[in-house]
Ligand binder design. Structure first.
Ligand SMILES: *[C@@H]1O[C@H](CO)[C@@H](O)[C@H](O)[C@H]1NC(C)=O
Ligand SMILES: *[C@@H]1O[C@H](CO)[C@@H](O)[C@H](O)[C@H]1NC(C)=O
Ligand SMILES: *[C@@H]1O[C@H](CO)[C@@H](O)[C@H](O)[C@H]1NC(C)=O
Ligand SMILES: *[C@@H]1O[C@H](CO)[C@@H](O)[C@H](O)[C@H]1NC(C)=O
Ligand SMILES: *[C@@H]1O[C@H](CO)[C@@H](O)[C@H](O)[C@H]1NC(C)=O
Ligand SMILES: *[C@@H]1O[C@H](CO)[C@@H](O)[C@H](O)[C@H]1NC(C)=O
Ligand SMILES: *[C@@H]1O[C@H](CO)[C@@H](O)[C@H](O)[C@H]1NC(C)=O
Length: 450
């Protein structure tokens, strides 16, 4: 095939450049300019004589790709066929199905997208087996859903060989389809892991994933903890989105609404273990468990002048923790006070100490000289919760056991010096804030009313 002819035509050319050495993506040769692309490093736009495009000829092969890539100053190249136009995001083995279409990726409608369709997608990506993961499983995607009414028989080697409707607003669910791919057939097996952060992941069908917040409570936490050798477990939730970062999902949303009764010895015995059948997973709340051997979480007020006021503590097994106030917004603190008082049977409540932060810290340390064994930190409540346990938070058990999102406040991506300053300040602030809680400051102290 003659490369010059290709460029003369307006048809698009698609090649994968094998970038070896330190070749610049902007490199140009023989008047053909390779334009940088953010979307996919494997797709290369070219420009000649002011005409932009990418090339995608039917009979393009590795030899042609090699010739063209060399002309462009690269060491080598491989050809991509139409089957390469499908990719998964965020991971190569599981993710939303993204189909390259002219100038951008498009998504596939989840409605009617079944395991046969998943099979076709996975096969085109080089895997033997596939499983459909329902319904916008990876959160917001910046692409539109245009492939609907997918109907595969299972023998197709690409989803583009299945029946589908394109360019119709025919995805009434407005949810996109996702898949998990594997080279081993699906069986009943899975492994459970409780991370240091309390988050639970489970590995199934060769893919790691998490359990959605939907239908997850102390019952599920108890079964998971029992399976790991504890007496029971309390469920709590991390917030996925924090002010400075979004915590990455730990794999595929694998399970939701598992409907345990609490008496099961293993998670596998719970009511609904439907892998990938996760409906609309609430990804703003990521479940975590705290396993105990004696008693689960309970909240109380201690060391006040009366029963109705004091330091807010929670106990679990023989440990006692306090609530670390990170937000200096009084409104937020008032919210916490009201929730905890109501949960303890009072009509309402407020902050006991209402001086300046420095005054409050001084008084608090005098009134409550005891140190806490652990902290609830980064707590965020809506205000209508019936218990602090329903808010999102992290649990800190060691002085230098910082929540992951503290570590993930990166300074990357800051282009201005003010962004850089703000982020490094916040990183430092989070550090100091947690340290000051260990020093006995910034703990929630309330007074409740009838
Ligand atoms: C899928 O295609 C088959 C055969 O082509 C057809 O019998 C079936 O009704 C189709 N299913 C849907 C949901 O359109
Ligand atoms: C949209 O989907 C419905 C039900 O699956 C189907 O009957 C209809 O023909 C579709 N519309 C278009 C424009 O494809
Ligand atoms: C994809 O997921 C696997 C585990 O399921 C993980 O080991 C790998 O790092 C992930 N890759 C990316 C790019 O996230
Ligand atoms: C809880 O009890 C189990 C079994 O009795 C034991 O293996 C485990 O170490 C205990 N865990 C803690 C945190 O005490
Ligand atoms: C808090 O402020 C109110 C008035 O705004 C005052 O009556 C009350 O005594 C203060 N409480 C404490 C503990 O200082
Ligand atoms: C509460 O009071 C007891 C007894 O005076 C003391 O031992 C404990 O350290 C106090 N707790 C806190 C958190 O200050
Ligand atoms: C609390 O309010 C939010 C909306 O702000 C709502 O989505 C949520 O369901 C409410 N929770 C409860 C327990 O009522």
């Amino acid at each position: 095939m003659i490369f010059q002819n290709l460029l003369a035509s307006t048809s698009a050319l698609l090649v994968a450049l094998v970038q070896l050495g330190s070749m610049d993506v902007m490199g140009s040769s023989k008047g053909i300019k390779v334009l940088p692309v953010d979307l996919s490093p494997s797709i290369v736009y070219v420009e000649k004589d002011g005409i932009k495009g990418f090339i995608y000829p039917e009979d393009w092969d590795d030899n042609d790709a090699r010739v063209m890539c060399k002309q462009l100053g690269y060491k080598s190249g491989v050809a991509l066929g139409p089957w390469d136009l499908v990719r998964l995001q965020p991971n190569v083995t599981f993710g939303a199905i993204q189909v390259w279409d002219r100038d951008n990726y498009r998504l596939v409608c989840a409605e009617g997208f079944d395991d046969l369709a998943a099979q076709a997608v996975c096969r085109s990506l080089g895997f033997t087996y596939g499983k459909s993961i329902c319904c916008s499983a990876f959160g917001r995607m910046d692409y539109s859903i245009v492939y609907s009414n997918i109907n595969c028989t299972g023998i197709e080697s690409s989803i583009l060989e299945c029946d589908y409707v394109k360019y119709f607003a025919n995805c009434t669910s407005e949810h996109y389809a996702s898949v998990a791919c594997s080279n081993s057939p699906e069986n009943e097996e899975f492994e459970l892991k409780i991370h240091q952060s309390g988050k639970v992941t489970t590995r199934h069908f060769d893919n790691s994933g998490f359990i959605c917040a939907n239908g997850f409570d102390d019952t599920e936490a108890t079964v998971i903890c029992k399976e790991m050798g504890y007496k029971g477990g309390s469920a709590y939730f991390h917030s996925r989105h924090t002010k400075y970062s979004t915590v990455p999902l730990l794999g595929v949303p694998w399970l939701a609404n598992i409907a345990c009764e609490g008496t099961e010895k293993y998670l596998g015995k719970c009511g609904k273990i439907n892998w990938g059948s996760v409906g609309t997973c609430d990804e703003n709340r990521l479940p975590a468990v705290y396993c105990y051997n004696k008693t689960g979480f309970s909240f109380a007020l201690v060391n006040g002048t009366d029963k109705d006021n004091g330091l807010v503590v929670f106990t679990v097994d023989d440990k006692e923790g306090a609530i670390c106030l990170r937000d200096s917004v009084t409104e937020e603190r008032q919210k916490l006070a009201a929730i905890v008082c109501k949960q303890l049977g009072y009509g309402n409540g407020g902050l006991l100490l209402n001086g300046t932060d420095a005054e409050n810290e001084f008084t608090a340390r005098k009134l409550f000289p005891g140190k806490s064994d652990m902290f609830i930190t980064k707590i965020k409540c809506k205000g209508n919760e019936s218990s602090l346990a329903e808010c999102t938070f992290r649990i800190l058990e060691g002085r230098y056991d910082f929540p992951e999102d503290w570590i993930s406040i990166t300074l990357d991506g800051c282009e201005s010096s003010s962004c850089y300053r703000t982020r490094s300040y916040n990183r430092g602030y989070a550090f100091l804030n947690e340290l000051s809680c260990w020093a006995g400051k910034r703990r929630l102290v309330v007074k409740c009313f009838l």
